[in-house]
Design a protein around this ligand. Structure first.
Ligand SMILES: Cc1ncc(COP(=O)(O)O)c(C=O)c1O
Length: 477
């Protein structure tokens, strides 16, 4: 081990010791980088590395223009119960209700706590804007046309493969199709491996746009129990795929939506092996994989797949900009069919946007941005947890997200969150009612809150009001 490596670890251990001993308390500001460097006689880069190690371990957080702070402890509340879904597949009918809820989220004057969208000020929009004009000037041919057969911009493909080196097993360029979004990637996979009337296994609770995709493809959903902090139950999936013919599973293993769970590696490995053995293709939605709060980047299920059976879908909507509309799928042995579906459905994704993204990912700004963004999301989720713990009625439970930026809340049993939604919207507060996360109508007393916005007095007031309405709704129903 090199000397420099030892020095940053020693400093990180020393600071961690002070935090453990309570000398440095939650919310305390750490001495500045310059001060630590001069007092410890270390280089600035060694100190920064030590602080990043502590940040990755979840002990401290960086706040823009303010320095590093000891992380607040999360408020303790029991985790939500996820119950036992029906063991039969059901038809999916969420679209109409979902569209009403998502549209309301964007009405002027409504607090955007519904759709899982980050606030624009957290994203590198100015850099992307500059890149659009630079790329259009430098590569005028990209404006001349788009192919229906050559759909991937090589520069972007290179960046995606390069980033995947940290995911346990690098993606192969040849298996990748660039798409308009993660949603399109999942749609292509479903079209490639299912037929109308087939059954697809999903988590319970499940991400609603995934359910909407099943609905639009005429597929049935089989809800598989999923626990906070663990994700989908591999045992239940094992049983379900033995009892019923399942054409595919559609899962969000890293920072799932809505629970925010990251599946343990051992479960991911078992799931990959089991589904390969049963011949059930896995569609993996890894859109939040880079947005974990602590520790190293979680590996996707695909890292454990030896059979080319996992199709990894992702995009840059949650980390760079939802407006770019660029995602990708690495579809293993289904890649030929997935690419064909892309040709049929939409042809190449906008070449200029692909190149803009490639150039942004190439710059060192992108890693810096991601590190900062993870800290911001973690902080916003914690603020939301604190406000829910403070303002929501007794008996409320909430998730402990391990990444991304949504919080799942379970209210007392008698609360109907669809009714609560109407009351809250009339007062300018949105959220997504729990039943939209279950095709069989579970989770009627649950709701999901978007924490993608910097904490503000308006959000605090909105959560306080929502808590009052929830207490009243619970008591009169
Ligand atoms: C789990 C999950 N997958 C995919 C998406 C959508 O990604 P995209 O905008 O790239 O389609 C979302 C957005 O909320 C999401 O939460």
């Amino acid at each position: 081990m090199k000397d420099g490596t030892l020095r940053y670890s020693v400093l990180a251990d020393e600071l961690a010791g002070l935090i453990d001993a309570g000398v440095l308390r939650p919310g305390d500001r750490l001495p500045s980088v310059r001060r630590l460097a001069s007092e410890k006689r270390l280089s600035v880069s060694t100190v920064v590395r030590a602080l990043h190690q502590l940040e990755d371990a979840g002990a401290v957080e960086a706040r823009p223009q303010s320095g590093f702070f000891v992380k607040q402890r999360r408020p303790e509340r029991a985790e939500p119960r996820t119950g036992a879904p029906p063991d039969q597949a059901v038809a999916v009918e969420v679209s109409q209700r979902l569209m009403r809820v998502l549209r309301a989220n964007t009405q002027p004057g409504v607090l955007p706590l519904g759709a899982a969208l980050p606030a624009p000020e957290l994203l590198p929009i100015a850099a992307i804007r500059r890149l659009y004009s630079r790329v259009a000037r430098r590569h005028p041919k990209l404006l001349a046309g788009a192919s229906h057969t050559e759909m991937n911009e090589p520069a972007l493909l290179r960046q995606v493969v390069k980033r995947s080196l940290a995911w346990g097993s690098a993606l192969a360029g040849g298996e990748i199709t660039v798409t308009h979004s993660c949603t399109e990637a999942m749609h292509l996979c479903l079209r490639a491996v299912t037929r109308p009337g087939d059954t697809v296994a999903v988590e319970s609770p499940a991400y609603y746009l995934g359910l909407q995709l099943l609905e639009s493809c005429g597929l049935k959903a089989l809800e598989i129990p999923s626990a906070p902090g663990i994700g989908v139950s591999v045992e239940a999936l094992e049983l379900a795929t033995r009892q019923e013919k399942v054409a595919a599973c559609l899962l969000v293993p890293n920072a799932s939506n809505p629970l925010g769970s990251i599946m343990p590696d051992a479960n991911k490995a078992r799931l990959a092996a089991l589904m390969a053995e049963r011949g059930v293709p896995v569609i993996e939605d890894d859109v939040y994989g880079d947005l974990h709060f602590d520790g190293p980047r979680p590996w996707p299920i695909k890292a454990f797949d030896r059979a080319g059976n996992v199709m990894l879908c992702s995009s840059f909507s949650k980390s760079i900009s939802p407006a770019l509309r660029v995602g990708f799928v690495a579809a293993g042995r289904y890649s030929g069919n997935v690419a064909l579906q892309k040709t049929i459905i939409s042809g190449a994704t906008n070449p200029i946007s692909q190149m803009v993204l490639a150039e942004y990912l190439e710059s060192c700004a992108s890693d810096r941005h991601l590190r900062r963004l993870r800290g911001r999301y973690a902080n916003q989720v914690e603020q939301m947890m604190r406000a829910v713990a403070r303002y929501f009625p007794a008996g409320t439970r909430m998730s402990r997200p391990q990444g991304a930026f949504v919080l799942w809340v379970e209210l007392p049993d008698e609360t109907d969150t669809m009714k609560l939604y109407g009351l809250a919207l009339a007062e300018g507060v949105s959220f997504v009612p729990g039943e939209l996360f279950s095709p069989s109508g579970m989770y009627r007393n649950c709701l999901r809150l978007n924490c993608g916005n910097p904490w503000s007095a308006a959000i605090e007031a909105g959560i306080q009001r929502l808590g009052q309405l929830a207490a009243r709704a619970g008591s009169c129903l």
